[in-house]
Write a protein that binds this ligand. Structure first.
Ligand code: TYM
Length: 331
């Protein structure tokens, strides 16, 4: 059975981008593969969270993983920092990662641009830690959104370099995965880029948002003045809302509004109302569970403990083998 690894940083509540780009695939994959899903708390240290914030955010992701349908009996569900073997593999992998390629990574360049005062080494070597996460369990499939594609390419590069250096075929090549074949990018509501946690509270719809908040956010989403000619190409901000409708609404609804747009008969108010209601329906089963699960400290503690044991079993086997390959052997 193929092995699957993926994770989400502990930086706050999960939004529709995290759900459709990653978590919805996790939930399906747990029935078909040997899955390892984790909370990337080491990764979230690049922005220096306070201990209280870090702890709260780790819990938030764990709660939302369970609310979305991840089953700790079917998958290995763990917190990254409970598996120190990952940090050890990260150290070894750093020897196969070169400054130039790390500096050229798109996500690193974005971070430098958006926060020039905090360009730390953890940010630079973020793709190396991600490679360690994936290679530690010998994953071949990694369910992620489009923004992670380059990181997967780098993971393959680092793994192959290790293999070449030690003349081995030890690490397999992992590939980004989504059930719909193409990796997806869920747009935000601001009419510009992707939905993200750092793009402002109104840009993202969170799984935990109440129906009132979802309605408010969607009604405020950016649009233009409306089409003036039949079959006109949609401007980016309108296309974004259609892309969101494609993931949360039925095919019939999408076709209906597409036709109205093409005939210049669309009323954005009605269109947005429908989009908001479909988002509310899509997130409802998850939203309803979030509150209950978050009160169940006994369950959360038990899931994290059980997951850490299973993940360490797999990771410590890899570390033992890697140490031998490198030449760390007992006298
Ligand atoms: P993070 O927390 O930024 O994102 C978690 C997952 O959500 C996906 N995602 C999106 N997908 C589609 N549209 C969007 N607007 C959108 N926003 C976020 C991301 O692609 C990702 O799949 N580096 C990873 C965390 C990580 C990881 C790993 C993933 C650390 N180690 C090993 C896989 C394997 C990240 O960006 O997390």
């Amino acid at each position: 059975m193929e092995t699957v690894v993926s994770g989400i940083r502990s930086t706050g509540k999960l939004h529709l981008g995290n759900y459709y780009g990653a978590v919805s695939n996790f939930v399906k994959m747990q029935n078909e593969y040997n899955c390892f899903f984790f909370i990337a708390d080491y990764h979230s240290l690049t922005t220096h969270p306070t201990p209280a914030n870090l702890h709260g955010n780790i819990k938030q992701v764990l709660v939302e993983y369970l609310a979305a349908g991840l089953d700790p009996e079917k998958t290995t569900l763990y917190i990254q920092s409970d598996v120190p073997e990952i940090a050890e593999l990260y150290l070894y992998m750093n020897m196969n990662a070169y400054l130039g390629e790390l500096e050229r990574s798109t996500s690193f360049k974005d971070k430098v641009r958006s926060n020039p005062d905090n360009v730390n080494a953890g940010l630079l070597t973020y793709p190396v830690l991600m490679a360690a996460d994936i290679l530690i369990h010998h994953a071949t499939k990694v369910p992620v959104g489009k923004d992670q594609e380059q990181h997967l390419e780098m993971t393959r590069t680092f793994g192959n370099r290790f293999n070449n250096l030690y003349q081995t075929e030890y690490f397999k090549e992992p590939f980004a995965f989504n059930y719909s074949n193409d990796l997806i990018k869920i747009p935000g509501l601001d009419g510009k880029g992707k939905m993200g946690k750092s793009e402002g509270e109104m840009n993202a719809v969170y799984l935990s948002d109440s129906p009132e908040i979802i309605r408010k956010k969607v009604m405020k989403a950016v649009t233009d003045a409306g089409p003036t000619q039949e079959n006109q190409v949609k401007p980016q901000e309108v296309q974004n809302l259609f892309d969101l409708m494609k993931v949360v609404s039925s095919a019939d609804t999408l076709v209906h509004f597409d036709e109205l747009y093409n005939k210049c008969q669309i009323r954005y108010g009605d269109f947005k109302k429908q989009l908001a209601e479909d988002m509310i329906i899509a997130t409802q089963p998850i939203r309803e569970k979030i509150e209950d699960i978050s009160k169940n400290t006994v369950l959360l503690r038990q899931v994290a403990k059980h997951g850490a044991i299973k993940a360490r079993e797999s990771a410590s086997k890899t570390i033992k083998e890697v140490r031998e390959i490198i030449g760390f052997k007992a006298f």
